[in-house]
Design a protein around this ligand. Structure first.
Ligand SMILES: *[C@@H]1O[C@H](CO)[C@@H](O)[C@H](O)[C@H]1NC(C)=O
Ligand SMILES: *[C@@H]1O[C@H](CO)[C@@H](O)[C@H](O)[C@H]1NC(C)=O
Ligand SMILES: *[C@@H]1O[C@H](CO)[C@@H](O)[C@H](O)[C@H]1NC(C)=O
Ligand SMILES: *[C@@H]1O[C@H](CO)[C@@H](O)[C@H](O)[C@H]1NC(C)=O
Length: 432
């Protein structure tokens, strides 16, 4: 859950502040040039400028999907990479990238698969954005694993469907229930089929919530060796992020409007409207939006934000954001609430949405939790609530690593993330 993370940092940077003074609203050509200079590889992107509370926000629209993640982010570093697709039971065609070996070549075959699942508004690219020697996907490939990058429905790699198109509102008629109930099973099954092996699962943020929910229904586990969850999210009732809390109020307070929005494109009108609504709420300080949203990240390298920008944040379903807003407001983990007994009955056969009961996660699933004490989205109190639910877990099957100065985005982009979290994570994976 790293809403627009790069961009809001950007408009705080002095560099852009200087350039902004020379810009007029809508001067897209000049701005594109600046983005190209600033981002290095943002070549050919449309861009636009808009204003929030008197501050200018720069957005670069992601390029229409052309070259995949393999070509743009993996092969350039000398790693082998394959693009795969799998179709979910509800018709979404998901893209997967496979890095079957290290840059040095090495022996193919019979490697243990590891599946990496990104968080919200991101895609599989987040695991290959740091340089080799630092990105988790490259580190795992160098350590002899067969690495697979998952991409949630609606992201650039996963914008296909057997009958719907992304400009059809019905394409966006889902929340994370469907990510847990359709995307994860299809992805697990595909990797399992291709490799003939059980896999290790590694996830950040929303990818932890979907997995924990599936595990609580005893799903996926027969295809899995272990799960490493960083920035883990289950309960959200006590999150400390002021922006997420106000966004939850905005989205649930005006749900019929927001459901009509269908696709939430963080770089488009939907993103702009939500940020405007949140930042114009009295008492919300959007002067450092990344921090106000994710917590104070200790260790981000500014050049990383340029890399992130050049790939582009990803769309999700607005209904997915509303589902998470319900969790923030209610403090529970249930399926999507239609806020209408009849509608809930129609979908679930009961007047309230079914609960995902975290105490039902089998006690012997090997779990690694990487938590940040400064994380405003995976906050300490909510993580503790999850741990309370796991109190009967077999002791040596549950490893909890708390990083005192980490916030939500540090787990994927911090300069020291290899030593701080990836090295212990890989050691855990090797043990199982
Ligand atoms: C979404 O699905 C629900 C039923 O699950 C349906 O009532 C609604 O009309 C659908 N909305 C769109 C935009 O397809
Ligand atoms: C996995 O293999 C089984 C048996 O061959 C097949 O029925 C199924 O469709 C495959 N599933 C995926 C997701 O590849
Ligand atoms: C819902 O939000 C939109 C976008 O900010 C706004 O135009 C509309 O007036 C709001 N509707 C209500 C009922 O608050
Ligand atoms: C940020 O990362 C880039 C690329 O990896 C590196 O060249 C630069 O030295 C880093 N900046 C700092 C302040 O460490």
């Amino acid at each position: 859950m790293t809403l627009l993370q790069g961009f809001y940092k950007l408009w705080n940077t002095r560099q852009l502040e200087q350039e902004r003074k020379h810009l007029k609203m809508g001067n897209a050509i000049t701005l594109t040039v600046i983005l190209i200079l600033f981002c290095g590889s943002a070549y050919g992107k449309r861009s636009m400028l808009y204003s929030v509370k008197g501050l200018d926000v720069v957005t670069a629209l992601a390029p229409s999907a052309s070259d995949g993640i393999c070509k743009t982010l993996v092969e350039i570093h000398g790693y082998p990479c394959e693009e795969h697709t799998v179709t979910t039971q509800d018709g979404f065609i998901l893209g997967l990238q496979r890095i079957p070996g290290g840059a040095a070549g090495g022996t193919p075959g019979n490697k243990t698969p590891v599946l990496l699942q990104h968080g919200i508004l991101m895609d599989g690219a987040v695991w290959v954005m740091l340089p080799p020697g630092q990105s988790l996907a490259f580190l795992l490939a160098d350590n002899g694993f067969d690495v697979w990058l998952a991409n949630a429905r609606g992201t650039e790699s996963s914008s296909g469907h057997t009958s719907l198109r992304p400009n059809d509102p019905a394409f966006w008629n889902w929340s994370w229930d469907e990510l847990a109930g359709f995307d994860l099973p299809a992805t697990f099954q595909y990797v399992h089929n291709q490799t003939g092996q059980q896999l290790h699962y590694v996830a950040h943020s929303l990818g932890t919530l979907t997995a924990l929910s599936a595990f609580s229904k005893n799903q996926l586990l027969d295809m899995m060796r272990s799960a490493a969850l960083i920035g883990p999210v289950a309960y959200m009732g006590q999150i400390t992020s002021p922006v997420a809390k106000v966004a939850a109020d905005v989205l649930t307070g005006n749900a019929s409007f927001w459901l009509g929005v269908a696709e939430f494109d963080p770089m488009g009108d939907a993103g702009r409207t939500l940020i405007n609504d949140v930042c114009s709420t009295p008492g919300v300080d959007c002067s450092d939006l990344l921090t106000a949203f994710t917590g104070p990240n200790c260790c981000l390298n500014r050049s990383m934000l340029g890399v992130f920008l050049s790939h582009g944040p990803q769309s999700t379903a607005t209904k997915n954001l509303i589902h998470q807003s319900q969790m923030i407001k209610k403090g529970t983990i249930t399926m999507y609430d239609y806020n209408n007994e009849d509608e809930n009955k129609k979908h679930y056969g009961q007047p309230t949405p079914p609960v995902y009961d975290m105490t039902h996660i089998p006690n012997d699933v090997p779990l690694f939790l990487g938590c940040g004490a400064k994380d405003a989205l995976s906050d300490t109190k909510d993580v503790q609530l999850l741990l309370d639910n796991l109190k009967d877990h077999v002791k040596d099957k549950l490893v909890v690593q708390t990083i005192e100065n980490y916030a939500h985005v540090d787990f994927i982009f911090a300069e020291n993330v290899k030593q701080i979290i990836y090295d212990p994570l890989i050691a855990f994976v090797k043990l199982h």
